[in-house]
Design a protein. Sequence first.
Length: 210
Amino acid sequence: MNLDLKAALKEGIEADRVTGEKLKQILTSGPRHITKGLQDWNYEDGLFLYKGLIYVPNNENLKCKVTQMFHDNVMGHLGQWKTIELITWEYWWPGITEFVKAYIKGCAICQTTKIQPPVKVPIKPNEIPQGLWETITMDFITDLPTSKGYDSILTVVDRHSKAIILSPCNKNITAVETSQLLLDNIWKQTGFPLAIISDRGPQFAAQVTQ
């Protein structure tokens, strides 16, 4: 045990006139019928032991010093239950759980490093365009039964009017081939859109418009 802490505990016992000194007198020279009821307690080398654990007197500074030694210094700002587990390998006092809980709640480092739940960013829906075919969505329906050599369908939807144009294609269609398909089947009728939203991602949409 730290010698400074041991000295402080002894001083705390001497200062604790209500509990410390009376308990010392009972354990060292009290009647047997009373000491028998205190069989979990011992008095050794100026310290009280309760069930083999060093008793910390009713002194806030001493309790803080012991808690700080295990919470702040041993392994670095542990949680409530781990701190209590480490302390109670050697020390004990009445109400230790509530004291440690309050200590950790007031620990600035613990509060600033506490894991915060992720902030949920609200999903902002795409704005509805003002004109026809200004913004289109482009999706592929794939793995269909082969018909006339095609196994997929390119689905293009105008976000303003919800009009749909379907074009047969194949699952492995490239961006260049998609661009040609759009040019032949859609853009000749609707004109070139201001924006394209694709289920294959913005990179694919950008390649299509190059």
